[in-house]
Structures are given as structure tokens and as C-alpha cells.
Design a protein around this ligand. Structure first.
Ligand SMILES: *[C@@H]1O[C@H](CO)[C@@H](O)[C@H](O)[C@H]1NC(C)=O
Ligand SMILES: *[C@@H]1O[C@H](CO)[C@@H](O)[C@H](O)[C@H]1NC(C)=O
Ligand SMILES: *[C@@H]1O[C@H](CO)[C@@H](O)[C@H](O)[C@H]1NC(C)=O
Length: 380
């Protein structure tokens, strides 16, 4: 079933119950985003640290777009719903970079905790926050020079009125499983979240007031983790996901949710929204056929075939000679049937479903169904 047909009824139903008027409060002039590959719109690729090959990007951009996906990410759909253009990655300097409506500091593979010598991305959360601080200072400097930069950079009040979005933490947990026990990982969550809190505080001190925090998804359901940690069936839950990974994600989310309340209490003049991505994604994986998908866990773009079609030796679009045999990770025939794109990231079709659920307002704290923040456009 084409994606459009799947989403149309959902949006049509939402639109009946929710007013079309954009709430004045949420009329966001700009978005500043921090995170990992779940919301990276080209940062790690622009940094020259990794490359993405076709079929990445095939569904929407037609060429690799810097996103680890066949098409658009959740953040792209949210920007669209807010009537804002796709975010320019901070380091993406070629083409016609435009930061008027915000900037994206998210970089694939990034962690909340500081990067180490073996980290793929040096752009951990603290670095992303420092990049933002440098960005803001530079913008204010340019604006002070005259009007010719106004078209390209945020106005100075956009830093106060803008929405600060966060989707990070997944790599802290997923990466830790390669060297730590579940108990050690659970024990490390408070220190991960302390680092997150410190970053949020710096942004608040810089004038940020609207915070939008995504929790982390069911990482145990990613083909990469099932392939590596789920070979013993007793490690898997009833959906075929690695139980320990999902337990770590749920514990992280509980503490992240508590941090939201703490921050909201500490900063009464700020608005902190927590979005439960975990529930949306696990519902999607459990009830995939109801939402028009055929494969809940198997990767669309990969190598090896069922049940996972994931091979850690070749990433999506790559060809390698291993032991004299050429292996290629290529795409499935119809990515709309798959939730998982490359074993680690979701397909555009799945991202669109997740975004449509976020936009119901039912999965956030505070919920916003009664004062719909985003203008939903029936453009499918
Ligand atoms: C922020 O929170 C306050 C208090 O809950 C509320 O009155 C206000 O409408 C919120 N602003 C936005 C932009 O949601
Ligand atoms: C799947 O759908 C059923 C029926 O709507 C619901 O009760 C259940 O919670 C869903 N599963 C998950 C994991 O969300
Ligand atoms: C190559 O083959 C050998 C022997 O079968 C095996 O032990 C090794 O893991 C293979 N290497 C890779 C990268 O698959």
C-alpha cells in the first residue's frame, strides 16, 4: 500500500477533531535541533566522517541526502507540519545554506556522554551545545553588521521564541551493550542524564525557553541489535526484540521523563515537552500490519535475506569482497512495506507514521490535543 494512502485516513481523522488554527503559542519561528542519526539531516556526512551511498535517499530526495534513510526523517515531517523548511545541518556549507528558520546540530552516531577515541562521531551532546553557542554568537555578530545577513540567519528574538528539539541517548545505550552488562548500563543512566541536563541548562542560560524532548525508541527491535545480541532466542521478547536493550531504553525513558518534571519545576518560565517515541514505535512494531506494513523488524536495505536481512560487514549501499565473495547491501523492492530501512534506522514510511502519531498530541507530556500546536496540512 502506498504511504500516502496509509497516512491519509489518520490525518483526516485528526483534522475532524482538531482545530485548523495554529495556536499562537506554538507559532515557532525557528527550530534548533540536537541529536543523533534519528534527526541528522546531513551533519556527519558534511563533516566528512562517513559517506552514504544510494539507495539511501531514493524515496524522496532521489540522491543520498545526508540522512540515514530512504527518505524523510521524523524531524522533516515535523518541520513540514510547522510550516517550516527542512533544517540545514550546521556544518553543511555548500549549496545554498539557509539558517533563517533554524539549524540542525544533530549528527549520526552521537552520544550524550562525551565522545571517546573510538567514537564514530566527535559531536556528542556537549559539543553540539557548544556549536549552538558559537552559532548564536556568530549570528548576533553578523546581524550587528547590517541587514544583508537577515535573510540567512535567525532574527535575534528567534533564539528565545524558537523550539529546541532533542532526540539523543540511543547510542549511549546501544553502544554500551558491546562492553557492559545490563546492570552496569542501568547504573550509568543517571550520569548520562546529568550530562544531558547540563546541556539543557546551558541552552536555558542562552535564552532557550521551549524545549521538546523525544525519548528513546525500542532499540532491542533494531535488526542490528537482534543480529548481534539476539542469537539465543531466550534473549528475545514476544515481538522478537532483544529484551535487555528494551529494558535499558525504558529505564532511560523513565528517568528522562522525571528530568522533564524537574526542569519544568526549575524553570517556570520555560515549557518543557516530553514525547513518548518509545510507545509510538513499539505499538507500530507490534501492530505493524494494522498500519499497512509487512515487515516489522527485517531491514529493507541489507544483505543476507530473512529473517533480518542484516549483515554488519556491509552497510546499506555498500559492496565488499569478503573471503573472496562479493556481498552487497541493497534495497528491497518496496520500502513502504518495511519499518526498518538499514537495520538501524527507520524507513521514511515508518517515520511518517511516527510523526503523525506525535502530532496527535496524545504521546506527549504535557499532552497538546486540546491546543494543537502544529498546523496539520492535508497535502498527501
Ligand atoms: C507554557 O506554559 C505555560 C504554563 O503552563 C502556558 O500558559 C503557556 O501557554 C505555555 N506556552 C506554550 C508556548 O506552550
Ligand atoms: C497493539 O494494538 C493493541 C490493540 O489496539 C493494543 O492493545 C496494544 O497495546 C498494541 N501493542 C503495543 C505494543 O502497543
Ligand atoms: C572468512 O572465512 C573464515 C573461514 O570460514 C571465517 O572464519 C571468517 O570469519 C570469514 N571472514 C569474514 C569477514 O566473514
Amino acid at each position: 500500500m502506498p504511504t500516502n494512502m496509509r497516512i491519509l485516513p489518520i490525518l483526516a481523522i485528526i483534522s475532524i477533531f482538531l482545530p485548523f488554527a495554529k495556536s499562537i503559542n506554538f507559532d515557532v519561528p525557528a527550530v534548533f535541533n540536537f541529536g543523533d542519526s534519528n534527526s541528522d539531516t546531513g551533519e556527519l556526512i558534511a563533516a566528512g566522517i562517513e559517506s552514504l551511498y544510494p539507495p539511501n535517499g531514493q524515496t524522496y530526495f532521489k540522491v543520498p541526502s545526508g540522512r540515514y534513510c530512504d527518505g524523510r526523517l521524523i524531524i522533516d515531517f515535523l518541520m513540514d507540519a510547522m510550516d517550516l523548511p527542512f533544517l540545514n545541518a550546521y556544518l553543511d556549507s555548500l549549496g545554498l545554506p539557509n539558517f533563517r528558520k533554524g539549524c540542525n546540530f544533530a549528527a549520526a552516531a552521537s552520544t550524550i556522554l562525551p565522545a571517546t577515541a573510538t567514537s564514530l562521531s566527535p559531536f556528542s551532546f556537549g559539543v553540539q551545545v557548544s556549536q549552538f553557542i558559537r552559532f548564536k554568537a556568530r549570528v548576533l555578530e553578523l546581524l550587528a553588521k547590517g541587514r544583508k545577513f537577515e535573510k540567512y540567519v535567525p532574527a535575534d528574538d528567534f533564539f528565545k521564541k524558537g523550539l529546541y528539539m532533542f532526540d539523543i541517548g540511543q547510542n549511549d545505550l546501544a553502544g554500551a551493550f558491546y562492553s557492559k552488562s545490563l546492570d552496569q548500563i542501568l547504573g550509568s543512566i543517571p550520569s548520562i542524564l546529568l550530562e544531558f541536563e547540563n546541556g539543557i541548562k546551558k541552552l536555558y542560560d542562552e535564552g532557550a525557553r521551549y524545549f521538546w524532548i523525544h525519548n528513546t525508541g525500542p532499540l532491542g527491535c533494531l535488526a542490528q541489535n537482534v543480529a548481534k545480541f539476539g542469537t539465543d532466542p531466550s534473549k528475545l521478547d514476544e515481538l522478537g526484540c532483544v529484551s535487555s536493550h528494551n529494558e535499558a531504553a525504558k529505564t532511560f525513558n523513565l528517568q528522562l521523563h522525571a528530568l522533564r518534571s524537574k526542569l519544568q519545576g526549575q524553570y517556570p518560565d520555560a515549557n518543557v515537552t516530553y514525547v513518548d517515541i518509545y510507545t509510538i514505535k513499539s505499538n507500530l512494531i507490534a501492530n505493524y500490519s494494522k498500519y499497512g506494513f509487512e515487515q516489522p523488524i527485517m531491514a529493507c536495505c541489507g544483505n543476507g535475506g530473512p529473517p533480518l536481512n542484516y549483515d554488519s560487514r556491509v552497510s546499506c549501499g555498500q559492496t565488499k569482497v569478503v573471503n573472496g565473495t562479493t556481498i552487497t547491501a541493497k534495497a528491497c523492492t518496496d520500502s513502504n512495506e518495511y519499518i526498518n530501512w538499514d537495520g538501524i534506522h527507520y524507513t521514511e514510511a515508518a517515520n511518517q507514521y511516527v510523526a503523525s502519531q506525535i502530532l496527535t498530541g496524545k504521546y506527549s507530556d504535557p499532552p497538546f490535543s486540546d491546543k494543537m500546536p502544529f498546523l496539520l496540512k492535508l497535502r498527501f
